[in-house]
Design a binder for this molecule. Structure first.
Ligand code: PRP
Ligand code: URA
Length: 221
């Protein structure tokens, strides 16, 4: 079954602006002939765009500053504290992109692996910041296929006291079926993605997709 999903149709699914720059970057990383070093370089560029976009969904409060011209400027500053949580292993590829914009950000890790035969997620390990219940969480995983891995991770976060509305799930590519399932199951979750694909194959790989992100990024193909 192939479900279609336009970001504009869902208020909690935010797609990066479909600029020519983004399309060119995504074309490179989707190309099976792209070398590993280019895959890493261009994925990192997309990740940086996604993290910057994710920050747009954090709350701000009014802040006045005085400019060097001696004039008050009515601006804003971020309210509340954040942390990253990466789903190992592929999500670890997104940690540097977050650190590049949020210096000394705390990053929790949850090791979840899909069973290669059934595509069912299995939780092996988690280590989260102690005060995570008081933070906004940028959940990092490049691929949203069935949504099983990310949903399991969100369960772990909520058991640790994180409020659902404070979770921003950032990924590069999502399959419509998985994204819809997540948005239904978690009615306050926000998803930020670069591109929404068409479907999945029998092994639950995204189509057209880019193959196995973790294997291509870390060179374990
Ligand atoms: C990949 C990917 C996601 C998951 C997505 O990880 O990084 O975590 O699959 O699929 P889902 O939405 O159907 O759960 P994988 O388990 O292959 O491990 P890896 O990070 O080691 O590549
Ligand atoms: N994980 C990946 O890396 N790619 C897919 O297409 C699906 C899950």
């Amino acid at each position: 079954m192939s479900l279609s999903l336009q970001a504009a149709e869902h208020p909690r699914l935010h797609q990066l602006p479909q600029t020519n720059q983004l399309k060119a970057l995504m074309t490179i990383i989707r190309d099976k002939n792209t070398t590993r070093s280019d895959f890493v370089f261009y994925s990192d560029r997309v990740i940086r765009l996604l993290v910057e976009e994710g920050l747009n969904y954090l709350p701000v409060v009014h802040k006045q500053v005085i400019t060097p011209m001696g004039i008050p400027f009515e601006g804003v500053s971020f309210e509340g504290r954040i942390c990253g949580v990466s789903i190992m292993r592929a999500g670890e590829s997104m940690e540097q992109g977050l650190r590049d914009v949020c210096t000394s950000v705390r990053i929790g890790k949850v090791l979840i692996q899909r069973d290669e035969r059934t595509a069912q997620p299995k939780l092996y390990y988690s280590k989260l910041p102690k005060d995570i219940a008081n933070r906004w969480v940028l959940l990092l995983d490049p691929m949203l296929a069935t949504g099983g891995s990310a949903m399991k991770c969100i369960e772990v976060l909520m058991e640790a006291g994180v409020q659902e509305e404070r979770i921003l799930f950032i990924n590069l590519i999502c399959a419509p079926e998985g994204a819809l399932k997540m948005l239904e199951r978690f009615p306050k979750l926000q998803i930020i993605t670069a591109e929404i694909d068409e479907s999945m194959d029998a092994n639950k790989f995204i189509l057209p997709g880019l193959g196995d992100f973790g294997d291509r990024y870390f060179g374990t193909e």
